[in-house]
Design a protein around this ligand. Structure first.
Ligand code: 13P
Ligand code: SF4
Length: 312
């Protein structure tokens, strides 16, 4: 048996032993996505973790994602497949900085992007993801919204609502790196392609795109579109599902540097080792968890409503 097959077999055995479910973000390596029970965007992963029948959640993604699973699942063990996988954007705001900004804008409701720490979520009124940011902001009664930490997602939401969005200056190093000139060049090379980008991209990049969507929304968009080719403005890991689920369609990245090194730290080896040693357990102190859960639950209630409307 090849090493790869042995590794896969070992993971399957550990899964049974731990009564585990393996979940993976859309940016994970292809072989990690392929072994997972569920692959999705941040919103889908948050929801999925509340629905699974498992004692252990083996999370292939970055720290804030596993932490969100731990916030929602106090009775399950959450293991992060690679303990050092963080999200630099989530670390761009501390709870003290958020408290300081709240003092500056006392009338504003705080909406935090899910790419944030549990402490920041606990200090926020409601959480959102790139899939539901506009609906979340619209659901809040306040006219002023303090949006943390992603300035680009916050700016994108501000173009879709009449509310006054106060932007905190955080950003994603992977998406912010994509420049409008690079999108223009990609469009020249592939004139028939639709441009779909993540709302973590700069406003000038989003302005050049046909749509700004979460990672799973991009997959649905490409499937439903009559277009045959697409220029993709997000992390390269998404190409795996895009190509798998859309055989015959063509996908091009804007640049060759759309790689989140943190997402790529997880391998089948780190997953197996984490499960075997029951290491990288992600926990949240109870007082913070309860407050953070309120912000996440409010978001999930909104997105369940949106889903129900879509099904009407
Ligand atoms: P999605 O929620 O669209 O999957 O995005 C998460 C993320 O970290 C994007 O960089
Ligand atoms: Fe964080 Fe950007 Fe990586 Fe997403 S792509 S996990 S926002 S660093």
């Amino acid at each position: 048996m090849s090493n790869l097959n042995q590794l896969k077999e070992k993971i399957a055995e550990l899964k049974e032993e731990l009564r585990a479910v393996i979940v993976a973000h859309n940016y994970q390596r292809p072989e990690v996505q392929d072994i997972a029970d569920f692959v999705g965007d941040s919103l889908e992963l948050s929801r999925k973790c509340t629905e699974v029948d498992a004692e252990t959640i083996a999370f292939c993604g970055v720290h804030f994602m596993a932490e969100t699973a731990a916030i929602l699942n106090p009775n399950r063990t959450v293991l992060l497949a690679e303990g050092s996988a963080g999200c630099p954007m989530a670390d761009m705001i501390t709870v003290d900085e958020l408290r300081e900004w709240k003092r500056r804008y006392p009338r504003a409701a705080v909406v935090c992007y899910v790419n944030s720490t549990a402490e920041v979520k606990a200090e926020s009124d409601i959480c959102c993801t790139s899939a539901n940011g506009v609906e979340v902001v619209e659901s809040v009664p306040n006219d002023d919204i303090l949006f943390v930490p992603d300035q680009n997602l916050g700016h994108y939401i501000s173009t879709q609502t009449k509310k006054n969005i106060i932007l905190y200056p955080g950003f994603c190093i992977v998406h912010h790196r994509i420049k409008p000139e690079q999108v223009k060049l990609a469009k020249k090379l592939h004139p028939d392609a639709q441009v779909i980008v993540h709302p973590e991209c700069r406003p000038e990049v989003i302005d050049l795109a046909d749509a700004a969507l979460s990672t799973s929304q991009m997959i649905r968009y490409a499937k439903e579109s009559s277009h045959q080719s697409f220029i993709i403005g997000t992390e390269e890991g998404l190409l795996h599902r895009l190509r798998q689920e859309n055989p015959g369609k063509s996908f091009y990245l804007v640049t060759d540097s759309q790689i989140c090194i943190n997402m790529k730290k997880t391998t089948l080896e780190t997953l197996a080792q984490t499960m075997e040693l029951r290491q990288n357990m992600v926990t949240v102190p109870e007082a913070i968890r309860i407050k953070a859960k309120q912000a996440v639950d409010r978001m999930l209630a909104i997105s369940y409503q949106v889903k129900a409307k879509e099904l009407d």
